[in-house]
Design a binder for this molecule. Structure first.
Ligand SMILES: C[S@@+](CC[C@H](N)C(=O)[O-])C[C@H]1O[C@@H](n2cnc3c(N)ncnc32)[C@H](O)[C@@H]1O
Length: 173
């Protein structure tokens, strides 16, 4: 009951203020202690609490108040060190994977819960990703110039009965 935050693909937890936040479950598809410290002087490893796949998660419906979704966005060969660090979508059906990921993040999110999604458009434009969203975002922010922009989106899971559009958030609710 005290684990009401899910980081669905935590990687090295780099954007976490507290990398051992006690109310969070950190999930990733891999455990990887990379030799980056020696080679690049970077202290980095992927050590999730749960090895899991955001396309098919082993959590009950509505388990979390906050879900964080920061999937791979790089189109780089698996051998590139950035791909080792952040994962890659090269050679994958990434749109299908992300659609499943969004659907699963939405399923495990409680009513009135928040989903945070991060995307960097240096390889794939946000225009291609928007149609995969589970709902209309409440707010967004973009940092950086075109083609090097990091986007942040905040979604709120409004129960369908309060959602006059049946799909998207309505301020008339
Ligand atoms: C952009 S990184 C996350 C970075 C992280 N937010 C941070 O602060 O360091 C994306 C992560 O998604 C993981 N990943 C890729 N496919 C996945 C899947 N199907 N399920 C869960 N995690 C996945 C990768 O292993 C990688 O660590």
């Amino acid at each position: 009951m005290d684990k009401f935050i899910l980081d669905a693909c935590c990687g090295g937890r780099m954007f976490w203020e507290n990398k051992k936040y006690p109310n969070a479950i950190f999930q990733d598809i891999r455990k990887d202690v990379l030799p980056l410290k020696e080679k690049y002087k970077i202290n980095f490893s992927v050590e999730p609490d749960v090895i899991g796949d955001y396309r098919n998660m082993d959590f009950k419906d509505k388990s979390f108040k906050l879900v964080i979704f920061d999937p791979p966005h790089l189109l780089l060969n698996k051998t590139a060190w950035m791909a080792k660090k952040y994962g890659t979508i090269k050679g994958t059906d990434y749109k299908a994977d992300m659609k499943k990921g969004f659907s699963e993040c939405w399923r495990v999110l409680d009513d009135f819960g928040t989903l945070i999604f991060k995307w960097n458009d240096n390889f794939v434009s946000i225009k291609e990703i928007r149609p995969l969203f589970p709902a209309q975002p409440i707010i967004f922010n973009k940092i950086g110039t075109k083609g090097k922009t990091t986007w942040w989106f905040v979604f709120l899971k409004i129960p369908t009965k309060l959602n006059s559009e049946g799909k998207f958030f309505s301020s008339q609710a």
